[in-house]
Design a binder for this molecule. Structure first.
Ligand SMILES: O=C(O)CCC(=O)C(=O)O
Ligand SMILES: [Fe+2]
Length: 224
């Protein structure tokens, strides 16, 4: 139970997959989902446009991504989008960092850890059609603060693995519109991926019918 307020709040339904890795279904209510979806579509228009990043081997990712705070390209962060027109990325708004802190507090049921959470970047992924994401680690950050993920629109199959290999053991979970998934602590550098989205599953009131949006908040630990 959260012990911060005058009255303890009931813990949201949550499932821990591994220490530090927690799924909280339905954490974002529909108005929040709609607000986030609209904001993401705006950010996708500029100052840096959403783009499908190209991997060092030449393959293009199937998701389109736009970033806030710091621009990510495989495999580094910069303030300017050198692979997407060269513009400077939009700021990460305080309200989005606050939302990440609140989600972390509920997921971990640890208000002290959440208070210290200082995300400085958001990666916003747009999945359409058969877009997917292979197993990978989020390891371009120089901080071990947790990753907080929000999902909006179509559901997906999310595969959460282990820190050592992209293969088994892993656990498959369905992430639906409004779900939060947090991975930090001993799970921070676990492999994970999205083998597929499930078209046609976006709730009518999610505000996004054109596939799936995922937002991950992170701390890069980088300074200008
Ligand atoms: O779409 C997701 O749920 C995960 C996205 C992800 O792993 C990433 O952007 O690094
Ligand atoms: Fe990732």
């Amino acid at each position: 139970m959260a012990a911060d307020g005058l009255f303890p709040l009931p813990a949201p339904p949550r499932r821990q997959l591994a220490p530090g890795a927690v799924h909280v279904p339905g954490w974002l209510d529909p108005p929040r989902q709609r607000q986030l979806a609209a904001a993401c579509r705006d950010w996708a228009l500029g100052p840096v446009p959403a783009r499908a990043a190209v991997l060092p081997g030449g393959a293009r990712m199937s998701v389109r991504t736009v970033c806030l705070g710091w621009h990510w390209q495989p495999y580094r962060y910069s303030r300017t989008a050198d692979d997407a027109g060269g513009g400077r990325v939009a700021e990460l708004p305080d309200w989005l960092a606050d939302l990440g802190r609140a989600a972390l507090a509920d997921a971990w049921q640890d208000h002290a850890a959440a208070r210290d959470y200082r995300p400085d970047t958001a990666l916003i992924n747009f999945y359409q059609g058969s877009a997917r994401m292979g197993m990978h680690q989020d390891k371009d950050e120089r901080s071990d603060q947790p990753v907080v993920s929000f999902s909006i629109g179509d559901s997906c199959l999310f595969r959460f693995g282990n820190p050592d290999t992209r293969n088994r053991p892993y656990t498959d979970v369905e992430l639906a519109s409004g779900d939060v998934f947090v991975f930090g602590g001993p799970s921070r550098f676990c492999y994970h991926g999205v083998p597929k989205t499930i078209p046609g599953t976006a709730p009518d009131d999610s505000g996004h019918q054109a596939g799936r949006i995922n937002i991950t908040l992170r701390r890069t630990g980088l300074a200008d």
